[in-house]
Structures are given as structure tokens and as C-alpha cells.
Design a protein around this ligand. Structure first.
Ligand code: ADP
Ligand code: MG
Length: 203
């Protein structure tokens, strides 16, 4: 089977399995992912933390544990969220000010309303990446539009690229990586922080 069909088949299976989990389970698992992330990484040197706003109908990991913690304990951190531009197939990155108004877009993703302050990919110190699946080489399976591959190809080489995923999305072998796929440095699940070999970035 070719790469495109294999990725498609994996996406369908992992998406279906994750959607079958209860909202309560997703909340518990999201909190456990947050705790693993907090125990391993520090926000002290981070000026810009990029994180995704979860698509609830897809049971994505709830990142509000992380943003609440960053706001409460690391007030210097600027939280940045993506806004989807379907015409260019690129993400715009926007500072999440406390008073900013949010709306749910066409894909169910909460996004800040205009006007907003843009941040460039090169400015990010840490990016938390949503995903459907991953393998132990740091390859990532997204929703199939390549938005994060385009974004991550533009961040600073020292930026920490951290995937957040449930163990349910772990693929032991056979996740196809294509030349445009950007590998992650770490993947955090409810059970473990996987450090991808070849990555010499200290957390
Ligand atoms: P995902 O990463 O969302 O799982 P894929 O890796 O399969 O999806 O990529 C989806 C599409 O996005 C591919 O057709 C690929 O050609 C395109 N794409 C990904 N990264 C880039 C890039 N840096 N420049 C141009 N097109 C890209
Ligand atoms: Mg990809």
C-alpha cells in the first residue's frame, strides 16, 4: 500500500478509537499528560509557548491544564495559539491575551477573534503539537493537511517540538514518514515522556 493510503487508514482507525472514549476519560488522561509534561519540562527559559486549542468533538487532549498552569505559575510566558487559513493552508499564530474573545471555527477549533497580535514561527521556544498517532522515531500522524509540517519547518532549530498524544495513538512500527514530515523531539503521553533519539535538546 502507498504512503497516502496507509496514513489514511491509520487516521480513520485512530480517530474512531479516540472518539469512542468518554469525556471523563479524556479529562483524566489530559490531566495525566499535563502532569508528565510538567514534571519533565521547564517554562523558565520559555518566552513563547505555542499550544493548540482542543477540538472537543474529536476528543483532543485538553490543553487548559497547561495554559492555566503557565498563567498561574509562569506569568512571563506568552501563550500562542494557531489560527487556520484554509486558502493558503498555513497557520497564523496569535498571542492568547487574557481578554481575547474566542469563537469556534468551521472545524470545531476555538480561535481568537480579530484583532489579534501575530507571533512568527521563529519566535517560538516550545511548541505543543496535537496528533492522532506517533511512532518511537518521533514521526507524527496529523489530520492529513500538513499544517503542522509547514509550521514546524519554520521554527528555530532550538525550539522544543513536543507532541501530546494518548498511548492509544502509539504505533509500534510502520508509521510512514515522508520527506515533508517534521519529526518531533519528545512525545508526552499519560504514561511516559518519549525522548526521540538523535535529539540533543535538553528539556
Ligand atoms: P499530516 O502531517 O497532517 O498527517 P501529511 O504529512 O500527510 O499530513 O501531509 C499532508 C499534505 O501536506 C501532503 O500532501 C504534503 O505534500 C503537504 N505538505 C506537508 N508539509 C508541506 C510543506 N512543508 N510544504 C508543502 N506541502 C506540504
Ligand atoms: Mg505529516
Amino acid at each position: 500500500m502507498d504512503y497516502t493510503s496507509l496514513k489514511k487508514e491509520l487516521r480513520t482507525r485512530l480517530d474512531r478509537e479516540r472518539k469512542a472514549l468518554s469525556k471523563e476519560a479524556i479529562q483524566d488522561l489530559s490531566q495525566q499528560v499535563f502532569e508528565k509534561w510538567r514534571a519533565r519540562f521547564t517554562l523558565k527559559p520559555v518566552a513563547y509557548l505555542h499550544l493548540f486549542q482542543p477540538i472537543q468533538k474529536r476528543n483532543e487532549i485538553d490543553t487548559s491544564f497547561i495554559s492555566d498552569y503557565a498563567r498561574k505559575r509562569h506569568g512571563h510566558v506568552k501563550i500562542v495559539v494557531p489560527v487556520v487559513n484554509p486558502s493558503s493552508e498555513h497557520l497564523t499564530h496569535v498571542e492568547l491575551a487574557n481578554d481575547i474573545e474566542m469563537e469556534i471555527n468551521h472545524w470545531g477549533i476555538p480561535e481568537p477573534k480579530l484583532p489579534f497580535k501575530k507571533v512568527f514561527p521563529m519566535q517560538m521556544d516550545m511548541v505543543l503539537v496535537p496528533m492522532l498517532g506517533f511512532d518511537l522515531d518521533g514521526n507524527r500522524l496529523g489530520y492529513g493537511k500538513g499544517y503542522y509540517d509547514r509550521f514546524l519547518s519554520l521554527v528555530h532549530p532550538q525550539c522544543l517540538k513536543i507532541g501530546l498524544c494518548l498511548e492509544q495513538g502509539k504505533i509500534e512500527s510502520g508509521l510512514p514518514a515522508e520527506p515533508h514530515d517534521v519529526a518531533l523531539d519528545y512525545i508526552v503521553t499519560e504514561e511516559l515522556v518519549y525522548r526521540i533519539s538523535g535529539n540533543n535538546k535538553a528539556p
